[in-house]
Design a protein. Structure first.
Length: 40
């Protein structure tokens, strides 16, 4: 996980995704993301 965060920028694919409480907070559609390599 450290290497993913260090090497990529994350963008949510569903910006206004709803959060479900059951009893923990969970993205309704699974928190889809697109990864972009950091420049530099």
């Amino acid at each position: 996980m450290h290497h993913l965060v260090e090497r990529f920028r994350f963008q949510k694919l569903i910006p206004d995704e709803k959060i479900v409480v059951d009893p923990m907070l969970i993205p309704a559609k699974g928190l889809l993301v697109r990864l972009f390599p950091h420049k530099g």
